[in-house]
Design a protein around this ligand. Structure first.
Ligand SMILES: Cc1cc2nc3c(=O)[nH]c(=O)nc-3n(C[C@H](O)[C@H](O)[C@H](O)COP(=O)(O)OP(=O)(O)OC[C@H]3O[C@@H](n4cnc5c(N)ncnc54)[C@H](O)[C@@H]3O)c2cc1C
Length: 406
């Protein structure tokens, strides 16, 4: 045991953990960042980042570094629902007028490198196996070292950024506060020779997405209801291709003419929950504290937002127990206020419901470019859904149906 002391130990060094380590190190704290994976490495995730996520990367001075890795800019977004086609330019946030979908081994490395440049210490291939306590308060972690030994380090704050199956959450006993049933399962892989903007296609019970990423590859993903997983998995590649053929025939023709470059990956384990956000000496960020169906592609952007929120709430109060407690309390409050509406939106999207009513609303939006832009801004979490789907919209819809000018 080295028994080294840090201000903060962050467990998990991907988009939530590396971003948190970066921001706390920039505030002058002594930060240790641990991950059990050997980094850089890929992880099970498609990887679309909403414009507000990119705006945070820009604020942290990392967007240029990310784009310099050869990540393609996405400038147009489209969403076909049934026979309704919605298309617009990417929403603009803080001057960032594009989106992108970087491979995780690239994105996570840009963040971890920046954390290290800010003074954080990164130890990968180190698995945290326990949280240590003093009089009931977490005071450090024990981890398996790269060489196979064990080490215990002390810290005033333990940050669990260790994903949906968080060891930190389990060891500190963070209860699930809100939980909903699983809704979708997903399969995805990569193709060359396709070319795509961000394209979404939806039919009842099915959703298909295409995203350009590094090395001229296009990620194509296919969503199914979670209840169909056992059947889908039996012949996963056929199910995946059948879904694309039925939901997005034009995209299917491009896929059929392209070349698959990687194995098919999939999961049915997309839990929907909020865990308790924090307690004395510990806090959870990213998937560790709040997980939702990937259908709204928000996990990465949300992880960035939570990292920024936590760093602001902790501020310079880490060494003062009362201020730290108050900062963490504010983090918990802000987390639920910001992410509960987005969680509800993901639960709605996860039903894969294409009702006649929804189609009628979307058909009306499709007649007005300003409304289509707002529709994508809602999807990105830039404006709240009530700012679009409100009484004024429904009044305008009625007037449109009656043929009266608005
Ligand atoms: C199929 C799929 C598609 C998705 N598509 C999108 C998308 O398009 N856009 C989007 O924004 N989000 C998407 N998401 C969600 C997104 O991937 C997650 O929200 C995001 O990865 C969360 O980041 P995180 O840092 O919290 O956790 P993770 O990325 O899970 O990272 C956790 C890290 O903690 C480490 N760790 C775990 N346990 C320990 C331990 N005991 N000790 C040390 N280290 C540990 C792991 O090795 C890992 O590196 C998708 C998810 C899935 C499953």
């Amino acid at each position: 045991m080295t028994g080294e002391r840090y201000d903060v130990v962050v467990v998990g060094a991907r988009c939530a953990g590396a971003a948190t380590a970066l921001l706390l190190a920039r505030r002058g704290y002594r930060v240790l960042l641990l991950d059990r994976a050997s980094l850089p490495s890929d992880t099970l995730s498609t990887h679309y980042i909403h414009p507000n996520g990119l705006a945070l990367l820009a604020r942290w001075g990392l967007l240029d570094a990310l784009m310099a890795t050869g990540c393609p800019r996405i400038e147009r977004i489209s969403h076909q629902v049934g026979d309704v086609w919605l298309e617009a330019k990417a929403p603009v946030v803080d001057g960032v007028d594009f989106t992108c979908a970087p491979r995780r081994q690239v994105l996570d490395a840009v963040l971890a490198d920046a954390a290290v440049a800010a003074g954080a210490e990164l130890r990968d291939a180190c698995e945290v196996v326990d949280v240590t306590f003093d009089k009931g308060r977490p005071v450090g972690v024990t981890y398996r070292t790269r060489a196979g030994g064990r080490d215990t380090v002390a810290a005033e704050l333990i940050v669990g950024a260790d994903g949906m199956r968080s060891t930190v959450a389990e060891r500190v006993g963070a209860p699930i506060e809100i939980e909903d049933q699983r809704l979708t399962c997903i399969y995805y892989t990569y193709w060359t020779g396709i070319g795509a903007d961000f394209e979404l296609y939806e039919q009842p019970g099915r959703l298909v997405g295409a995203l350009p990423t590094h090395n001229d590859q296009t990620l194509v993903c296919a969503y199914f209801p979670s209840a169909e997983f056992a059947k889908v998995r039996e012949h996963a590649l056929d199910s995946y291709l059948d879904n694309i053929r039925a939901t997005a025939p034009g995209l299917f023709d491009r896929v059929a003419a392209g070349t698959r470059t990687e194995r098919l990956r999939g999961t049915n384990n997309q839990r929907n929950f909020f865990r308790q956000a924090c307690g004395p000496g510990w806090v959870l960020v990213g998937d560790a504290g709040h997980h939702k169906d990937s259908i709204t592609a928000r996990g990465i952007t949300d992880a960035f937002e939570q990292a920024a929120m936590l760093a602001d709430c902790v501020g310079d109060g880490l060494h003062d127990e009362a201020r730290l407690r108050e900062g963490l309390r504010r983090f918990a409050e802000q987390r639920i206020a910001r992410f509960n509406p987005l969680y509800r939106m993901a639960l709605l999207a996860g039903t894969l419901d294409v009702s006649p009513y929804r189609l009628a609303v979307l058909r009306f939006l499709s007649t007005r470019p300003d409304l289509v832009e707002r529709y994508f801004a809602v999807g990105a979490g830039i404006i709240e859904s009530e700012q679009l789907f409100n009484r004024q919209l429904f009044a305008e819809m009625s007037a449109h149906r009656a043929g009266t000018p608005r």
